[in-house]
Write a protein that binds this ligand. Structure first.
Ligand SMILES: Cc1cc2nc3c(=O)[nH]c(=O)nc-3n(C[C@H](O)[C@H](O)[C@H](O)COP(=O)(O)OP(=O)(O)OC[C@H]3O[C@@H](n4cnc5c(N)ncnc54)[C@H](O)[C@@H]3O)c2cc1C
Length: 392
C-alpha cells in the first residue's frame, strides 16, 4: 500500500463478495497481492449463490478462457465446485432447433466440439425427455457447477492465500485525492487502498455514480425451482424450452429461465414468496421433460439479475478515477467467473487483459445512452409474463 493514509486497508479493495469479486480477489492473491473483499451481506448472497450454475458462454470473448479454466478449478482452488463438463440443449419444436444454430456455429468457430442430435439420440441421453423432443445439440466441453459450492471454494481459497474477507460490512462512500480513490468508507470504518475494484452486481451502478461515472445497470428478479431427486441422467446439464439449469449430484432438477420481473432502480428485493415465475418454469420443465410430470417441486428461490442495456458485461477502468476498475457481468457472471477474475486481475496489475480482447466490455459504448434508457427499453415495473419469457 503506497498512498494509504490509514494503517487499515489493502493494496486492492474489492467491493462485492459475489463470484466476480471473489474470483478477481483470488487471482490477485495468487499473484501475491494484498487484497480485502468487502461484502455487505455474506458471500454469495446476491445472484452468485442463487443461479443456475451454467458455464457455457460461447458468445463471450472470455469463452475460451472459461472453457480452459473450469476443468481445472477444483484443483486450482483446492475445494470442490462440482463442475461437470458436457451440455445438451433439447429442442421440442423446429423453431427451437433453428434457434440453437448460432450456439453451434459460434462453438465450432472457436474450436470446441458441438454436434446435432436427432430425437432418438436426445431420448437416449436425456431419459426424462419424451416424445416431445425433436432433436438437440451436444456440447462436449460446456458445463455446469454448483453455485454455493463455488462461492465457498473461492472464499476459502482466497483466505488460504492470505486474502481477507469482511462480511456484513457495507461500502457507503469513497474519499479521493485528485483522480485516485484512497479510502473506502464502510459501516465498519474506513479502509485505505491503492486500487479499487467495484464488483457489486446490480449495485455497481449506484457505487460508480458516487465516483462521477455511472455504470448503466438495472435489476430484474428471476426465480429457480428445485424438484425432489430423480435417478441421475447421463448428462447433468440439460437446457431447452427457454430454461437453463442442471441436475444436482443428488438428483434434484434445478431450473430457471425467464421471464424477468423488472425492479425499480436500486431495488434488490429478491425475497418475495413464490410467484407466477415459478409456475411458468415448472410448466416449461414438464414440456421439456414429459417423463418428469409426476415429480414434485420442493423449493424455489428468487435472485436478482444485473442487466446492462446491451446485455454484455462491463469490465473496464472507470473514467475519471484512474485506480478503479468496474465489473458487472449482465447475467452471465457465474460461468465466466474463473475467466472474468483472471481478466480483472490482469487489468489491475498490467493495465489490460492480456489473454482476450475485452473491447466489447468497455464503458464508452454507453457514452450516448439516453438517461431514460430503462423506460425506453421497457425495463421498468410492473412487468408481466411476456415476450421475454415465452418459450421459443
Ligand atoms: C436465478 C438466476 C439464474 C442465473 N443463472 C446463471 C447461469 O446459469 N450461468 C451464469 O453464468 N450466470 C447466471 N446468472 C447470473 C449470475 O448469477 C450473475 O451474473 C453473477 O452471479 C454476478 O456475480 P457478481 O459477483 O458480479 O454479482 P453479485 O452476485 O450480485 O454479487 C455482488 C455482491 O456485492 C455485494 N454488494 C453490493 N453493494 C455492496 C456495498 N455497497 N458494499 C458491500 N457489498 C456490496 C452484494 O451483497 C453481492 O453479494 C443467474 C442469475 C440468477 C439470479
Amino acid at each position: 500500500m503506497s498512498g494509504s493514509q490509514s494503517a487499515v486497508g489493502a493494496s486492492v479493495i474489492v467491493v462485492g463478495g459475489g463470484v466476480t469479486g471473489l474470483s478477481a480477489a483470488w487471482w490477485l492473491a495468487r499473484s501475491g497481492v494484498d487484497v480485502i473483499v468487502i461484502e455487505k451481506n455474506i458471500v454469495g448472497w446476491g445472484a452468485s449463490g442463487r443461479n443456475g450454475g451454467g458455464a457455457t458462454h460461447y458468445h463471450s470473448p472470455l469463452f475460451a478462457e472459461e472453457q480452459r479454466l473450469w476443468p481445472q478449478m477444483d484443483d486450482l482452488l483446492g475445494y470442490p465446485t462440482e463442475y461437470r463438463s458436457k451440455r445438451i440443449r433439447v429442442a421440442i419444436n423446429e423453431r427451437q432447433m433453428e434457434a440453437a444454430r448460432p450456439s453451434v456455429d459460434r462453438t465450432l468457430q472457436q474450436g470446441f466440439p458441438a454436434r446435432w442430435l436427432d430425437a432418438k439420440e436426445v431420448r437416449d441421453l436425456v431419459p426424462l425427455a419424451g416424445e416431445s423432443a425433436v432433436g438437440g445439440v451436444f456440447f462436449d466441453r460446456a458445463g455446469q457447477a454448483n453455485p454455493q459450492r463455488t462461492v465457498q471454494a473461492y472464499a476459502w481459497a482466497l483466505q488460504d492465500l492470505g486474502g481477507k474477507l469482511l462480511q456484513h460490512t457495507e461500502v457507503v462512500g469513497f474519499e479521493r485525492v485528485a483522480d485516485k480513490v484512497t479510502t473506502v468508507k464502510t459501516t465498519n470504518g474506513n479502509f485505505a487502498c491503492d486500487q479499487l475494484l467495484i464488483a457489486a452486481g446490480p449495485q455497481t451502478g449506484s457505487l460508480s455514480r458516487l465516483l462521477g461515472r455511472e455504470v448503466p445497470v438495472t435489476s430484474a428478479r428471476a426465480e429457480m425451482i428445485v424438484t425432489e431427486p430423480v435417478p441421475l441422467m447421463p448428462i447433468g446439464g440439460v437446457d431447452g424450452n427457454g430454461l437453463f439449469g442442471r441436475q444436482t449430484l443428488r438428483g434434484n432438477l434445478v431450473y430457471g429461465g425467464g421471464p424477468h420481473e423488472w425492479l425499480p432502480e436500486g431495488s434488490i428485493d429478491a425475497e418475495r414468496p413464490s410467484s407466477p415465475l415459478s409456475r411458468s418454469i415448472a410448466k416449461r420443465l414438464v414440456e421439456m421433460f414429459p417423463k418428469a410430470q409426476h415429480i414434485r417441486v420442493i423449493r424455489s428461490w428468487g435472485g436478482i439479475i444485473e442487466n446492462t442495456p446491451d446485455g454484455r458485461p462491463v469490465i473496464d477502468h472507470l473514467p475519471g478515477a484512474s485506480n478503479v476498475v468496474v465489473a458487472t457481468m449482465s447475467s452471465v457472471g457465474f460461468g465466466l467467473s474463473p475467466a472474468s477474475g483472471h481478466a480483472i486481475c490482469e487489468m489491475l496489475l498490467e493495465g489490460k487483459c492480456q489473454f482476450a480482447n475485452l473491447s466489447d466490455f468497455q464503458l464508452s459504448r454507453f457514452d450516448n445512452l439516453s438517461p431514460g434508457w430503462r423506460e425506453e427499453w421497457g425495463w421498468v415495473p410492473p412487468q408481466t409474463l411476456g415476450a421475454v419469457g415465452r418459450a421459443l
